[in-house]
Ligand binder design. Structure first.
Ligand SMILES: Cc1cc2nc3c(=O)[nH]c(=O)nc-3n(C[C@H](O)[C@H](O)[C@H](O)COP(=O)(O)OP(=O)(O)OC[C@H]3O[C@@H](n4cnc5c(N)ncnc54)[C@H](O)[C@@H]3O)c2cc1C
Length: 555
């Protein structure tokens, strides 16, 4: 089947929904999302959104904190743009109906929390379930909008790219790739549809599932990165994977995060014997940057042989804790941990990908009419490390900027489409699994497991040249196996995700090998120092001409 919309948005998190709501004022928008619409990282965000709203705060301070976290790789003009735009974007959400907590004394009306790396209280939040509050309000608004249609259980496999070339006589002067839509797998019906649009917005979130331990939901398989890479988009800084220091460590808790805000409210990291250890690692102690805290915990665990460390907030008033962290309090209680009395067992886990698809200030990629917004994008805001709670903010700001650009250009894109001879779209590539070997599905689960373990052990919090080289060799083997065997397995979303995850893992390793220094989130024991002379630049990867072309294309 073929669908036609003005704009195609891939993903129903904060980036996709915010863009769709703004762009729907000018045209029709399809949002395709590979699972249930609410199943997004956005929905699990606890801490909140960083923005300059407090009387003692200033744009300059937020900018400086962001630059400090980014460790020399932030693009300063992007940091300025995002920070200055923040208060307006937060107020828009409040006007839409997001129930942010209100503080009595604050001039702006918001209760502002503090998180690691921030020198002021500036985190707007809705208790400790900010993401859920935002996601619900945005989804309700999108569903009520007649110009927006949401397709659940629809997984984008590849983009439809038109290769235009400008010829003068026999000489080709210029090649131009234009994105014309996407091939989408309807997982329920097991059918592939072509979604045609004037522009496509990749808002597919992160790639935490590349690691064994992650705070991310299952949808975070890096699809957008793999899709964009196959189409020829530039990707950057994939070596900068943020590990959240404090994921709940319990056999019955999957991906449950203990928010940074717990340390912001006085929570202290201790070892099994009750010894506080952060003072040995950083002057900011428990409020040091995430990478410092994650590495400190990793070191403590490796030195002691313990499976976890503990986060203790039991010295605070129990009523305050229940009111400030109702979600964390309840979740821990169901597992027999009373945070008002007991220290919480925690381990680090892959949490956020600072790199992604390279974009300009309006979310545009190097492929015409292809945009990337949110965690899948690399805008230049985060540099080598993300400041806590800057990601929801980034998604909103770039969704806003991209929507302005799309709305401005939509009419001329429509006119151009009318002038052109309608392109014919080939069938999507057959090698994406067409076979009937249902019994071989174990190939998917097995490879999925080994990739995630490999990434955790060899490409994790602390890296070495040797481990990275080993990881590259292993991944080459795994990818070969996937390429050889997968065509015999019936097409399904797990298979597509595995192929994407394998590609993203390879790209993360490639970026990590390239960067011969330690900076921000990338820590390599063999190159322990920051090297501005050689490495104060982004690590960019782009598909080599000779690489296998999965991407559907129009000649
Ligand atoms: C536990 C947790 C806590 C966090 N806390 C905070 C916080 O307090 N503050 C903060 O700023 N950030 C926080 N973050 C990070 C932040 O939540 C994310 O960076 C942000 O929500 C990403 O939004 P997004 O719209 O880019 O992607 P997501 O919200 O992850 O949405 C991605 C969407 O893309 C869809 N998708 C993916 N691939 C495909 C495909 N192939 N086809 C179709 N659909 C696809 C998914 O189904 C999903 O709908 C947290 C993250 C986690 C996991």
């Amino acid at each position: 089947m073929e669908y036609q919309f003005d704009l195609l948005v891939v993903g129903s998190g904060i980036a996709g929904l915010t863009f769709a709501l703004k762009a729907a004022t000018s045209g029709t928008v399809a949002i395709v999302t590979k699972k249930n619409k609410i199943e997004t990282s956005t929905n699990y965000a606890q801490g909140g959104i960083a923005s300059v709203l407090g009387p003692d705060d200033s744009f300059q301070l937020h900018i400086q904190d962001t630059l400090n976290a980014g460790d020399g790789l932030c693009h300063p003009e992007v940091v300025d743009m995002v920070v200055y735009s923040g208060p307006d974007r937060v107020r828009e959400l409040a006007t839409l109906g997001v129930p942010f907590d209100h503080g009595s004394a604050e001039a702006t009306g918001f209760d502002l929390g503090r998180e690691g790396g921030h020198t002021r209280n500036r985190i707007v939040h809705a208790h400790d379930m900010t993401g859920q509050a935002v996601e619900r309000v945005l989804i309700a608004a999108a569903e009520a909008n007649p110009n927006i249609q949401i397709f659940e259980n629809h997984l984008v496999m590849d983009l439809i790219i038109q290769h235009d070339s400008l010829k003068v006589g026999t000489v080709t002067l210029q090649h131009q790739d234009v994105c014309r839509g996407a091939y989408v797998l309807d997982s329920d019906q097991r059918e592939i549809h072509a979604f045609l649009a004037q522009a496509v917005l990749l808002c597919t979130g992160g790639a935490g599932k590349a690691y064994l331990y992650t705070s991310n939901p299952d949808v975070a398989a890096g699809d957008g990165l793999a899709i964009a890479y196959r189409a020829g988009a530039r990707l950057a800084n994939l070596e900068f994977v943020q590990f959240h220091p404090t994921c709940l460590y319990h056999p019955l808790a999957k991906n449950f995060l203990i928010s940074e805000a717990v340390r912001g409210e006085g929570g202290c990291l201790i070892d099994r014997r009750g010894r506080a250890f952060m003072e040995h690692y950083h002057p900011l102690k428990d409020l040091a940057f995430r990478d410092v805290v994650a590495r400190a915990i990793d070191t403590e665990m490796k030195n002691s042989g313990d499976d976890c460390v503990f986060l203790d907030i039991s010295h605070r008033d129990p009523e305050f804790l229940k009111q400030r962290f109702p979600n964390i309090y309840q979740k821990c209680l169901t597992l027999g941990i009373d945070i008002t009395r007991d220290p919480i067992p925690v381990v680090p886990a892959a949490h956020y990908l600072c790199g992604g698809i390279v974009t300009d200030h309006q979310g545009r990629t190097n492929i015409e009419n292809l945009y990337a917004i949110g965690e899948c994008a690399c805008t230049g805001l985060h540099g080598a490390n993300r400041l806590a709670s800057n990601s929801l903010l980034e998604a909103m700001v770039f969704a806003h900027e991209a929507s302005l650009h799309c709305c401005e250009n939509l009419e001329s894109w429509r006119r151009r489409s009318l002038r052109e001879i309608p392109p014919c779209f080939p069938a999507p590539p057959a090698e994406r699994g067409t076979g009937g070997l249902q019994s071989e599905m174990v190939l998917i689960t097995h490879n999925w497991d080994i990739i995630r373990r490999l990434m955790w052990n060899y490409v994790g919090i602390v890296r070495t040249d040797k481990r990275l080289a080993l990881a590259q060799n292993h991944m080459a083997q795994i990818s070969l196996e996937i390429r050889e065997h997968m065509p015999h397995i019936p097409l399904n979303s797990d298979l597509v995700e595995l192929q994407n995850l394998a590609l993203v893992a390879e790209l993360i390793i490639r970026c990590a090998i390239q960067r011969k220094e330690s900076r921000g989130l990338h820590y390599n024991v063999d190159h322990p120092r920051r090297d501005d002379l050689n490495w104060q630049r982004d690590t960019v990867v782009v598909k080599h001409q000779a690489e296998e072309l999965f991407c559907a294309s129009i000649k």
